[in-house]
Design a protein around this ligand. Sequence first.
Ligand code: ARG
Length: 474
Amino acid sequence: MSDKPNDSKTEDTSKLWGGRFSEATDAFVQRFTASVQFDRRLYQHDIDGSVAHAVMLQRVGVLTLDEKNLILEGLEAIRHEIEAGDFAWSVELEDVHMNIESALTARIGSVGKKLHTGRSRNDQVATDIRLYVREQVDIIADLVGKVQLALVDLAERDADTIMPGFTHLQTAQPISFGHHMLAWNEMLERDYSRLIDARKRLNVSPLGAAALAGTTFPIDRDYSASLLGFDGPTRNSLDSVSDRDFAIEVASCCSTIMMHLSRFSEELVLWTSAQFDFIDLPDRFCTGSSIMPQKKNPDVPELVRGKTGRVFGHLMSLLTLMKSQPLAYNKDNQEDKEPLFDLLDTVKDCLFAYSEMMPAVTCKKDSMRAAALQGYATATDLADYLVKRGLPFRDAHEVVGKSVAFGIAQNKDLSQLTLEQLQSFSGLIEQDVFEVLTLEGSLNARDHLGGTAPRQVLLAAGAARSLIEARPTR
Ligand code: ARG
């Protein structure tokens, strides 16, 4: 702690809210209650909100045209100053809102003090965060689309690349690698639609709710809302200043994205291991070991998997932050920003990593194929073959189970048994059985919507691509 809790009073009593105070804020309290260290990242949205508020105030006659123009010029000058890195942020001024307002007054004189008419930091900060989260949702939704397109490209490239599909991480049935990529794409497709759905609910304007009860000035809330690209104003002033559901909702969407990315990561880590040896990750996405010269570690997927925990943690922080808060605004709400910002930054980084890494993934087709040939992946195909020849499925299951046990004893795959050996388990088996026991036969037979036949994978990839490409640019 840089300032001892009880060592001091600050010199300066000239706070924007200092009127009723007779002593200066304690130096520790000043630092403890300030948010400018992290909320300065909202400066664009804060200035946009102020511009809309000033334009609205002039339209309803609270500001003159000259006053409004002076305020707008001042705000734009401050925006440039911040962008150029020349703005002097001050912890004494507590937060982004008061830093900018006080700079405005310093720049344009007492007209600057009129900007806060009919407004409170409570509706101001609620507006800023909504604008910020909306912008971030658009960036994240776009990144989700980029990862999806990379997966669809892989699906098309590797529609007929065969690998073992797993249940319980035990070899189950042969599948197309492209089909596996399209399963990942489905998860991201749902993530995208969840984000867009959350965006609809967050895109309303709290401006005009003021501190909690509204304002006595003849404001036009529809107008300021439309200036900021909101679909309309919020309906209840108390709820407007205290609601952070939208942040929780987006944090929840992002947590689901991370849950998915952690699943992808787990599979990539497994597949790059010597034991699986299914894929290669590009060297530029891996690192070496300082002691073991042979190592090429899949650090990027591992870190994405690890960062999932911190995103889930931030979601829990936000939920817990809002739990039990009485209406309306409470200072607690200042604690929404750090978890939210870190969560959004983390999700963007992880999606960006995937959008760059996935196009460079290559399949080791021979070892995927060899793995698919182990583990009796076509046993279900043999059962289906017998059913199509009239045997009830449960009996077919029994016959195939015995054939597999025999294969295990002989150390041979079903396709490597002789016709005579197979016929010893069922007289229904004929020479054409070998067509269904091959990996290609097994895949091609699953030729229906959602199935793993390469023909279906290509159709599904085309449909997925059209969905992604039809999305509006925001
Ligand atoms: N820095 C505050 C926050 O982030 C802004 C709103 C402060 N409002 C107040 N009445 N103290 O929540």
